[in-house]
Ligand binder design. Structure first.
Ligand SMILES: [Zn+2]
Length: 59
């Protein structure tokens, strides 16, 4: 089995991961507040997930 010769550095990893961008299908509107949110994630503006309050958001 092929094994990597060197550990991938944080810099190299971040360069690679920086090319991955959220596509439009991964963005949906929150059913509670209507703000754009990433799919399968807690809404950052109101703190709800699947209709229940998960985080307390300070204004
Ligand atoms: Zn929301």
């Amino acid at each position: 089995m092929a094994v990597p010769k060197r550990k991938t550095s944080k810099h190299r990893k971040n360069i690679r991961k920086g090319q991955i961008k959220a596509t439009l299908s991964q963005v949906q509107s929150c059913p509670n507040c209507g703000a754009n949110q990433k799919a399968h994630c807690v809404c950052a503006s109101c703190g709800t997930y699947k209709g229940r309050q998960v985080l307390t958001v300070e204004v």
